[in-house]
Design a protein around this ligand. Structure first.
Ligand code: 5RP
Length: 230
């Protein structure tokens, strides 16, 4: 297990209170958190979780964390999720695990979002990690062209975009919501707010991986401790 991610996940447990409805993020760091949460539940903690992916749901079931369907609630007390990049303004790139649409729905409905990462994810500027963009397969070429223009128009000079493939090479990766993912390697996103706005205005874009003004707390795991930034 990655010790830095484990330390970040452990520190996040401090934010969990009895009776909370929790958004459960996706990815390896979130899964470590869910395993640790399961131990607390076994010890008597009462929470209910809303998973951000089918894989996270499975992980929560195996850990013994009770789940509630997203359709059955109006708001969430706390979401704990990982990220692919975090900048000093707490803007994030997410979606490396292709769960960004559900992750954003859950983060947006949450009173508080705690992001758990290892130190390699902290960056001065977003964009070295290819920006995941969840798109409807219909009209992909037109949507990809609009994305290219939106990225260029907001100062992303490189903007090379590829359609994410399944690991076995049998075709495009399909998200839990039935969409595809375009990964746009921007190198540098000079204005994440403007880029987010431009991408959101494209009809074929279901959601993009820029999470702006959603994260309240960042927990950076190191090998021997975790740093909490608020
Ligand atoms: C999934 C995500 C993940 O939170 C992100 O990719 C980080 O994953 P990991 O904790 O495995 O490094 O956004 O869509």
């Amino acid at each position: 297990m990655n010790v830095a991610k484990e330390n970040a996940a452990l520190a996040a447990l401090e934010f969990v209170e009895d009776g909370m409805t929790l958004g459960l993020g996706s990815g390896s760091t979130a899964e470590i958190f869910i395993e640790q949460l399961g131990e607390k539940v076994a010890g008597g903690l009462k929470v209910q979780g809303i998973p951000t992916s089918d894989r996270t749901a499975q992980c929560a079931i195996e850990a013994g964390v009770p789940l509630i369907e997203a359709d059955k609630i109006l708001s969430i007390d706390l979401t704990i999720d990982g990220a692919d990049e975090v900048d000093p303004a707490f803007s994030l790139i997410k979606g490396g695990g292709a769960c960004l649409l559900r992750e954003k729905i859950i983060a947006h409905a949450s009173a508080k979002m705690v992001v758990i990462i290892d130190a390699t994810k902290m960056v001065e500027n977003l964009g070295a990690f290819p920006l995941p963009i969840e798109v409807d397969p219909f009209g992909l070429t037109m949507t990809a062209d609009k994305i290219y223009q939106a990225l260029k128009g907001t100062g992303c000079r490189e903007a090379q975009t590829v359609l994410r493939q399944k690991k076995d090479g049998s075709g495009p990766l399909v998200t839990d919501g039935g969409h595809w993912i375009l990964d746009s390697k921007c190198e540098h996103i000079p204005s994440p707010v403007e880029t987010a706005r431009a991408l959101s205005s494209i009809p074929g874009v279901m959601e993009h991986g820029l999470f702006i003004d959603l994260a309240d707390t960042i927990i950076i795991g190191e090998v021997d401790h975790a740093k909490v930034m608020e």
